[in-house]
Ligand binder design. Sequence first.
Ligand code: CO
Length: 134
Amino acid sequence: MELTHIEHIGIAVKSIEEQLPYYEGVLGLKCYNIETVEDQKVKTAFFKIGQTKIELLEPTSEESTIAKFIEKRGEGIHHIAFATENLNETLQEIEAKGVRLIDKQPRAGAEGLNIAFLHPKSTGSVLTELCEHP
Ligand code: CO
């Protein structure tokens, strides 16, 4: 198992539109994609820096885990996502090391990636995502 790079950092925001002046105007990053992931009830906006992305996450419903996160902890960094070349194998290896998984099987994430989350109880409270380009 080898993690290759930080694929993205997920940031919970109340409004993507309100944050665009900062990411585009101040930091000079370009938003190249806005996409809604229905089953996660979230709208996502992507910026690229090197081979890493910043992913803004805006809840589309109060039921969204992002809405609950913002309610509890406010806006800010929500998760870190590592890239791996073989997600199934990586998940098995990590689980064998005693880490609790949120997703035992990869599922579909934004931008056509296969993703899975590790449980923050096992990761020092950092919600951790693994991604694989199919
Ligand atoms: Co993510």
